[in-house]
Structure formats: structure tokens, C-alpha cells
Design a protein around this ligand. Structure first.
Ligand code: FAD
Ligand code: SF4
Length: 511
């Protein structure tokens, strides 16, 4: 049967069984579309990353004699709309069957389901063959259980997949979790080996995107583009990580530093989220490297890394499919403020925010703790509406795709789901930031001061946040200690805290 198979921008899975057979009557379809570039304003490096990776994958298939239709953003037949393009192509080429892989985004899932209802030809969908779990595994795992925590899901995943296990029963190293040994500040040592980077020239693509009228933000060095955009590139990032960065991954996982945007982080999220790499092969490579270098690498580094992928990444996906579409509207703390303007230009005297936002605008990247404890923390403490926060995170990061963005942003970082992902809100005063970074040293504000004009804004914001949300945290055991410290604050101090926080919240640009 003459078949049209759709490949979305985040379905670049070279190892998918679709490509194992050379079916003469199958045509693969790729489309760069305004519906994808415009559902939120994206960082220019993100749009370039997706288009270039799609083009590379399409060429890879063509080189292997597969038939491909590729609509560039400015292709004359490209209506910029998924349904319309597909319907037009089916009419034009008399396709008798339409097939797609299950999308990871709810929005596209709905769109494709409704398209298939409309089509008069045979339609089928397939698994992406990427994740360890299916969309509904997590929901089934927690059925009948009172509390969902990532830790139990993660342990189950370790057992089921026999990863870091002894006799498929006990955790290797005697513990499931080495989190406590993973929390060091980075003080210039150990040295971080710097990758040379890919240094690609993507000027033509940047022009095509601009000429098509796509609005983007953030900066790009068009003749020095460094993100992986092919399977080969992605494998080299993975290799580099195993050889050079894994050895200290866990130790400095939570560290922050003015001079180092990446520290020991892997930068593999884009390759995995576009499926150029599978999570299984990433974990297998890390394990192979670890078992060959056991005398150099401690299990805590390896376990810390594997937990992110086998645990958090799969967990977030499960939460997404369990909670959507309602999740998109959740705003438990009823926050209503606009996102501070400086998120778009990094123009703030708060050094931690300045650096984290500057990194993000320059690289379409920030590591986890910058996203969680700097930009996310500040947005939550200043009572920002989760829609505003989501839009920024969804646009700015190269790895941002809704299933993993919204669960991290609205859930883990903004506590908007009321505790589904995180059992307590990830907020802190300046002292945590000072403990994990060198940001405070050169900051305009003094991290040890509380409410004076030059006091660190995070300090008053933090206590004000706990005070303003007492009703939500009253029964939360994990908040007990902080709430009782709050209760001990004298009324005059609380008044000063409220006043200072109120000033910051109503006038963020002054700070
Ligand atoms: P590493 O630190 O090297 O970690 C290795 C891998 O583990 C990552 O590549 C990623 O695939 C996985 N991982 C780590 N933490 C998480 C997590 N919390 N959830 C899911 N996977 C995780 N990740 C995205 O892929 N897309 C997003 O849009 C995204 N938005 C985020 C928003 C906020 C507010 C926060 C706090 C986190 C977000 N994350 C997101 C998770 C995490 O910050 C990124 O995956 C990570 O920074 C990517 O960089 P890396 O590849 O160098 O990660
Ligand atoms: Fe950030 Fe406060 Fe430290 Fe300045 S003093 S860098 S605002 S935590």
C-alpha cells in the first residue's frame, strides 16, 4: 500500500524499526512549520537546532534510499499547517495509508487523532521506541498508592531494567541514592575540560528562518554553532561526557559558578529529546565506561547521573500523560504577576539572576540548578503566574518540549500542581545560593542582610512567601521546620520583611 509516514521534529530516532525495512511504497514526511515555530516565541538556537537536525536526518534516510518529502519553512507547497499539508499530499500522491509515531506532546496528539478521524484512508500509529516506559506505566505503578514519590518509581525502574543492581535484587554500592554526597560547591577545581565544540556555520539557515518571518529571541553566533544536530554529533557529546565529565558529575551537580555555564553537566538533553540518542544507549554507555574505569570513577557520580534519566526523565513523562490536559491550567498558589522584564535581557543587579539569564540568552541552556534555584525560585517568590513562567522556559531552552518543560516548570519549580511532582516548594533565601555558588561575592546586594536597602532580595522574598502561603503549607511535614522558624520571627521584623518583599514584587525592574 502506498503509505505516508510522518516524522515530527522530535522523532529523529535512527534506530526505529520503521527504517529497518526498505519499503518501496513508503514515503517519509518532514515539515518545518509555523505552527511549531509560533506556538511560543523560541530562542533562535532552538529553531536552528531542530531544523538542522531534521534536515540531517532526512538526508540520512535519503542516502539509504528511503523516499522523503521535506518541506522547508519556505517551501512553496508548505501551508504551515500540519493537517492541511498532510491532506494536500495524500490527494496529490494518492497515498492509501497514513502512519505516525505517537507524539510526546498532548497538543500534537490531539491534532493527529482528529486528523485521522477526518482522513478517509487507513491510518495507524506506532510507538516511538525511545522511552523505557509507556505513557501510562507510571499511572499504573502508583494505582492505589497514597503518595507518589520519584524515589520508589526510580527503584522499580532500576530493578525492572537491571541497572546498577547486584543479582537483580540489591542496589550496587549498597544504597539506592547517593544524593547526599552530591552537593559540593565548585571553587575553580577540579578543572573542567572544555569541549572544542562543533563550530558549525548555520548562517544560511538563520537567514531562511528570518526571511520566513519567524520571530525568535536570544543570540546566536551563526558561524560558530555548537549544539549537536546529527546522531554522529550526539554520540560525540556522549563520548565526551563519559570520558571527561562523568567522573565529577555527581559532586558538582548542584554547583553554580559565574565563569562556567555547563560545569560537569552532559548537555545531552537536546539529543535525547529529539531522540537522536535513546536514554538506554546513554545509560549503557555510561555504565560501560564506569565498569571499565571503576578505579577512577565513584559509583555516586554514576548513580547521580542515571537517576536523572532513568528516574526523573521517565517520571516527568508519566506525570505529563497522567495529568494532562488539566496540568496546563494548574495554579495552586493562585499567583498572578507578570514575569519580570529582565528575564528577556538579563538586566538586573541581582548577580545570580543576571548570570543565569545571560547564560540562557547566549546559549539556549542553563543547568538544572540555575533553572530551579535561581530563575524558578525568583519567579515563584515574586508570585509570577505559571503561564508566564512556562512561556519563558518553553521558549528559551534548546531542550524545551512541553512534556518535560511543563512538569519541571509548573510542577517541580512553581509548585503550581500543589505537590504532585515536588513534595515541597523549591524556594530558598540567599544563603542557599551563596552556599552553592560564587554569585554573591560580586553582587550589588549583601547576602547576609535581611531587609535593608542593600539586602539580598531573596531574603525578604523567601520569608514573605512562607508567610503569604501559610494555609497551603500548614499540614506539610517537610515544611514544619521552616514554618516554625517563621512563627518565631517578631512582628516588627515580619512587617519589615513584608514591606521590603512588597517593594520588590511590585517593582522588579528597580532591583
Ligand atoms: P544533565 O545535568 O547532564 O542531566 C542528564 C540528563 O538527565 C539530562 O540531559 C536530562 O535528559 C535528564 N534530566 C535531568 N534532570 C531532569 C529533570 N528534572 N527532568 C527530566 N529530565 C531530567 N529538561 C528538559 O529536557 N527540557 C526542559 O524543557 C526542561 N525544563 C526545565 C525547567 C525547569 C524549571 C527545571 C528546574 C528543569 C528543567 N529541565 C528540563 C530538567 C533539566 O534542567 C534539564 O534536563 C538539564 O538541565 C539539561 O541539561 P543536561 O543535558 O546538561 O543535563
Ligand atoms: Fe543573588 Fe542575593 Fe547572592 Fe545577589 S546576594 S547573588 S541577589 S543570592
Amino acid at each position: 500500500k502506498k503509505t505516508l509516514r510522518l516524522i515530527l521534529g522530535d522523532q529523529l530516532n535512527h534506530q526505529h524499526s520503521w527504517f529497518k525495512d526498505d519499503l518501496e511504497d513508503v514515503t517519509y514526511l518532514f515539515m518545518e512549520m509555523r505552527q511549531e515555530t509560533d506556538y511560543v516565541k523560541h530562542h533562535i538556537q532552538k529553531v536552528v537546532g531542530f531544523f538542522r537536525s531534521m534536515r540531517n536526518f532526512a538526508s540520512y534516510l535519503e542516502e539509504r534510499d528511503h523516499r522523503v518529502i521535506y518541506y522547508k519553512i519556505d517551501h512553496e507547497d508548505n501551508t504551515q499547517n500540519l493537517e492541511k499539508n498532510i491532506k494536500d499530499l495524500i490527494d496529490k500522491h494518492d497515498f492509501e495509508s497514513f502512519q505516525y509515531q505517537l507524539p510526546d506532546e498532548y497538543r500534537l496528539d490531539e491534532q493527529l487523532k482528529s486528523l485521522c478521524e477526518d482522513l478517509e484512508i487507513e491510518t495507524n500509529n506506532f510507538d516511538t521506541e525511545h522511552f523505557f516506559t509507556t505513557r501510562s506505566d507510571l499511572e499504573r505503578f502508583y494505582e492505589g498508592k497514597k503518595q507518589m514519590t520519584m524515589e520508589y518509581f526510580y527503584r522499580d525502574m532500576r530493578k525492572k531494567n537491571n541497572i546498577l543492581m547486584i543479582n537483580a535484587k540489591d542496589p550496587e554500592g549498597g544504597k539506592w541514592n547517593f544524593d547526599k554526597s552530591n552537593r559540593q560547591k565548585w571553587k575553580g577545581k577540579p578543572e573542567i575540560p572544555h569541549e572544542r565544540g562543533f563550530r558549525k556555520d548555520v548562517s544560511d539557515l538563520v537567514d531562511e528562518i528570518k526571511n520566513a518571518g519567524v520571530e525568535t529571541f536570544g543570540s546566536i553566533e551563526a558561524n560558530n554553532y555548537n549544539w549537536p544536530t546529527s546522531r554522529e554529533d550526539s554520540l560525540s557529546v556522549l563520548n565526551y561526557f563519559c570520558k571527561n565529565l562523568l567522573v565529577h558529575f555527581g559532586d558538582y551537580q548542584d554547583a553554580l559558578h559565574t565563569d562556567e555555564a555547563y560545569l560537569f553537566h552532559s548537555r545531552l538533553s537536546f539529543s535525547m529529546n529529539t531522540k537522536m540518542l535513546s536514554p538506554k544507549e546513554v545509560i549503557d554507555s555510561v555504565l560501560d565506561y564506569y565498569y571499565d574505569h571503576k578505579d577512577e570513577i565513584d559509583i555516586s557520580q554514576v548513580e547521580g547521573f542515571i537517576r536523572q534519566i532513568l528516574g526523573w526523565r521517565e517520571y516527568m513523562r508519566g506525570i505529563y500523560w497522567k495529568e494532562m490536559p488539566g496540568y496546563r491550567r494548574s495554579n495552586k498558589l493562585r499567583n498572578q504577576n507578570k514575569l519580570a522584564e529582565f528575564y528577556w535581557d538579563a538586566n538586573t543587579k541581582m548577580n545570580c539572576l543576571h548570570h543565569s539569564i545571560k547564560n540562557s540568552l547566549e546559549n539556549a541552556y542553563a543547568h538544572h540548578i540555575q533553572r530551579l534555584m535561581i530563575t524558578g525560585n525568583y519567579a515563584l517568590l515574586t508570585e509570577t503566574h505559571p503561564d508566564e513562567v512556562d512561556q519563558w522556559y518553553l521558549g528559551i531552552y534548546i531542550d524545551a518540549i512541553e512534556w518535560v518543560e511543563i512538569t519541571n516548570t509548573r510542577g517541580m519549580s512553581q509548585f503550581a500542581d500543589g505537590g504532585i511532582v515536588a513534595t515541597k516548594p523549591y524556594v530558598s533565601s540567599g544563603s542557599y545560593i551563596n552556599k552553592m555558588s560564587n554569585y554573591c561575592k560580586d553582587c550589588h546586594y549583601k547576602v547576609n542582610k535581611k531587609t535593608e536597602d542593600d539586602a539580598c532580595p531573596f531574603n525578604s522574598l523567601y520569608w514573605n512567601f512562607l508567610d503569604a502561603n501559610r494555609e497551603h503549607f500548614a499540614g506539610n511535614q517537610r515544611m514544619n521546620m521552616m514554618m516554625s522558624l517563621l512563627d518565631k520571627k517578631p512582628p516588627e521584623e515580619m512587617q519589615k520583611i513584608r514591606n521590603r518583599a512588597g517593594e520588590i514584587i511590585s517593582n522588579p525592574e528597580r532591583f
